[in-house]
Design a protein around this ligand. Sequence first.
Ligand code: NAD
Length: 499
Amino acid sequence: MRLIDHYIAGGTGGTAPARLGDVFNPSTGEVQAQVALGDAAVLERAVAAAAKAQPGWAATNPQRRARVMFEFKRLVEARMDELAELISSEHGKVIADSKGDIQRGLEVVEFALGIPHAQKGEYTQGAGPGIDVYSMRQPIGIGAGITPFNFPAMIPLWMSGVAIACGNAFILKPSERDPSTGVRLAELMLEAGAPEGILQVVHGDKEMVDAILDHPAIAAVSFVGSSDIANYVYQRGAAAGKRVQAMGGAKNHGIIMPDADLDQVVNDLCGAAYGSAGERCMALSVAVTVGEGTTERLFEKLVPAIEGLKVGVSTDPAAHFGPVVTQAHKEKIEAWIARCVAEGGELVVDGRGLVLQGHEKGFFTGPTLIDRVTPAMESYHNEIFGPVLQIVRAKDFEEAISLPSQHQYGNGVAIFTRNGHAAREFASRVNVGMVGINVPIPVPVAYHSFGGWKRSGFGDTNQHGMEGVRFWTKVKTVTARWPDGGGDGSNAFVIPTMG
Ligand code: NAD
């Protein structure tokens, strides 16, 4: 059986792993490899290599660091097909979607090419007599990223792209479900010219995560995953004195106003609710239909569109989406559907029990649509993270805006309307971190920042863009006095003022 090993100081983990985890091919249901599950001793080796490499990398001028990132981007682009196949074989998403996963990550690397500009400090000349003040953004040192299974390229690149460009060493702990992509990216970073130890990968589960959170030499941790774990990572990391950002789960609502262009809405809903089998933190999993008759008008077009979706193996170019990540996850999704129906939801399209001929053991579940879901239901409050769209009927705009605003999650939300005033009002008032106006998946472009509110985000700094630069750097402020001789006559025993 193939072993997916750690990637430390440009080589493997070094010793035979004490524990192993199975890595499945979700399309076939077979175990295709085993991943080393590391511990504190493995992490120690990675931290030692990072500590050795980081000062020299930080001292490399930012333009040269940017050139390495440029070469890294070129290498990843040149291997797009290979990387996409790797992602699809471990995650289950279709190849085109895997390419999107890589491309969105590369856009953050593109942003990081501007690091000489983005990392510049500030300067005040003449803050007092002969006094100048300037601030610089210095790297935090060694940072770590703990990432979920659903974007094995994009999320590691959100973090490492900015962290490394800023002059840090970065240790990635990818999801143990699809761990290979992180290793391949680290190999390419070395090939691009980053020193050994600047991008390393340690695999594992809770044991490795805890080792990262407790390690005194790791200054900052970026986490993306489910909310309970995000909260745990945030608390434990902060208690250990680290800077922590921890993005959590989601339940993203799409508000469909009576005046919305329903052809556009149907197209957008199909992609946003069912694309990648709904395993996206920005998937639209709740559609709120506003006003009398809107649901019926929507269903006339939406139901046939859903019934026309093709579920297939991840290499099938005609498939709209592939299997979910594990058998256990498939069972969890289907149990939530049953729960929703038991709570009073009306099943309009039932995707449960889907079996693909020739791939009977694959982790497939078809698209599901459930109407008349209400805020009183557990299945509404929880993240299902599968190809399931719940419909909540709202009588008016006020009821519609209150639903995502009061939900425990606050990652993304969208409104579909032709009314500019309603859209503007919605964007301003809704209690959610990322808003789409006629845009179903409002993932901000790389030079803006990604982050949700409430239980979708712990910590106060978002991913990538200038928020990322702020997270991966610390500000040092220098006050310099170059008097012209003879002293300025001030009383050195009184707190200095610039007045
Ligand atoms: P997960 O929380 O199970 O795992 C995330 C990471 O935490 C993995 O690296 C995993 O090894 C580690 N982990 C798992 N259990 C742990 C434990 N008990 N203690 C310490 N570490 C542990 O999440 P997942 O299933 O891989 O990913 C799906 C989740 O991620 C969904 O909730 C989704 O909404 C969320 N997500 C959020 C965003 C965002 O930006 N808000 C983006 C993508 C995914």
